[in-house]
Design a protein around this ligand. Structure first.
Ligand SMILES: [Zn+2]
Length: 484
């Protein structure tokens, strides 16, 4: 390790290393909880418990999200935020360490992307920085945001809309991948998520269909209308849907039917326009079927952007920390999973990824998009998964409660904590981030797309968890070791 490292940075690197068992314990506990979007009860309880024990002041249930939180330490300026997600996904139950599809509980939700590691990395970095702030007498405020339901891109637009980032100077988002890197530019797409619910009137489908107003007809017509409209999408726009209510049985014409759409584009404006076009098509479908339309906007998110100044700050610390030292067993597991998944058996990444120019945007979205237009945001990717695997496939869950996830998580928490210390101790870094952010966002007037009166959809995945929680509980891990 370099010898010209600031003492406070040195102390956070050591703190994370010395608390690697606690980080691994949180990572594994969240993995076995396997709680999907909006149902992260045990996960949020564990993360807020760690932070509260560590001296943070915790506000739970922010913006109406029961499993969301903001934990604060310190006072005054600068105000540095870190935020991440900890939700699992439906039907993603997977045994860690298995090189084949092997569910813990068949059909249950589970972690096959790695948000369990994200939660552990965030609290480990926060605990390290909090200790260093005290030991080195640092001024400033650290805000730690727990963001539920990333898999449905839900929470953070509400947080930004409700003012939780108004006093924040810079923010960071850690997320695992198969490499250790950062990036800048517009990185992901904007998305509007909305359900279109049609209301009609039932009748016997054989005896008196002329008396019915068929809500399912409206769903089919809306789907056909948008299929026709696909020709007119601009490059980068896309949309996809599921029918969430198609009626009950064929001889009862449904009085209620619903279809849930995601509309995406490179820009917030484009996603909004696509949604407005879909609304017109839905109104047409309602008119054709003599039904009434109700539109439920679940979320609306700006595209994720990474700030160039903060990317360079992260990259310096990624290089300072370096890649984890993988054991032969880690490489063996990685190759076995790669073979099982039918991808190149190249093993784990062993070199830090260099920072190059602006990254091209990927078609997916993340709800941290709104944060990244409100304040300069750094995106840290840390190496806790196996190269070549696909998120939400069993192969992306196989490493998530193993040494691969733990070692990558330690490296990620070290790089994140070191960068948080840089921001707390270097006012020039903050002002440079702000001025490059002003250049990057020039000409764009950020305002949340989420409607002012929207409230979070609390019922999502509730039935799923009621069904599976009793079957998953026997697999829960013991309480993790405490951070020292
Ligand atoms: Zn993710």
């Amino acid at each position: 390790m370099a010898t010209n490292v600031k003492p406070a940075v040195q102390s956070v690197l050591e703190y994370v290393r010395d608390n690697a068992d606690a980080l691994a314990g949180v990572c594994d506990s969240l993995f076995w909880f396997g709680e999907p979007a909006m149902q992260e009860e045990r996960s949020a309880e564990l993360l807020t418990g760690v932070l509260e024990d560590g001296g943070f002041t915790v506000e739970r249930g922010i913006s109406g999200f029961p499993t969301g939180f903001m934990a604060t330490f310190g006072s005054g300026e600068p105000v540095i935020a870190v935020h991440t997600e900890y939700d699992a996904a439906p039907n993603n139950s997977q045994q860690p360490g298995a090189a084949e599809h092997s569910a813990i509980v068949e059909g249950a939700p589970g972690h096959c992307e790695g948000h369990n590691v994200n939660g552990a990395v965030m609290v480990a970095a926060a605990m390290a920085v909090r200790r260093a702030m005290e030991a080195h007498g640092m001024e400033g405020t650290l805000k730690v945001f727990g963001a539920p339901a990333e898999e449905l891109v839900l929470a953070r637009p509400y947080y930004v809309r409700d003012g939780y980032f108004d006093d924040v100077d810079v923010a960071f988002h850690p997320h695992l991948w198969d490499r250790f890197f950062t990036e800048y530019g517009v990185l992901q797409r904007a998305v509007v998520s909305a359900e279109f619910i049609f209301h009609g009137e039932t009748a016997h489908a054989a005896m008196s269909p002329w008396d019915a107003r068929d809500a399912l007809d409206a769903v089919m017509l809306m789907d056909a209308g948008l299929a026709q409209y696909r020709e007119h999408l601009r490059p980068g726009m896309n949309m996809h849907r599921v029918i969430t209510d198609g009626g009950d049985q064929p001889n009862v014409i449904p009085s209620r039917a619903a279809i849930w759409w995601f509309f995406r584009d490179h820009t917030a404006d484009g996603a909004q326009k696509l949604f407005e076009q879909a609304r017109k098509i839905a109104e047409g479908a309602a008119a054709m079927s003599n039904t009434e339309l109700e539109v439920d906007i679940k979320t609306a998110v700006w595209p994720v952007r990474g700030n160039q100044t903060l990317a360079h700050a992260l990259q310096r610390n990624i290089e300072l920390v370096g890649m984890p030292e993988w054991a032969a067993a880690d490489q063996d597991l990685a190759r076995a999973v790669q073979e099982g998944a039918g991808v190149e058996a190249a093993g784990l990444t062993t070199e830090v990824t260099p920072l190059t120019g602006p990254s091209p945007s990927i078609p997916a979205a993340n709800d941290c998009g709104d944060v990244s237009w409100k304040v300069p945001m750094g995106r840290l990717w840390y190496p806790s998964n196996i190269p070549g695997v696909t998120f939400h496939h069993w192969s992306a869950g196989a490493a998530l409660a193993t040494e691969i996830a733990h070692k990558g998580g330690v490296a990620g928490a070290q790089a994140l904590a070191a960068t948080l210390i840089d921001c707390l101790t270097d006012p020039a870094l903050i002002s440079e981030a702000k001025s490059s952010f002003a250049e990057e966002t020039a000409g764009v007037d950020y305002a949340p797309m989420i409607p002012a009166d929207n409230t979070p959809p609390l019922e999502i995945n509730r039935d799923l968890m009621e069904k599976f929680r009793p079957l998953m509980e026997p697999h829960y891990a013991d309480a993790p070791p405490k951070f020292r």
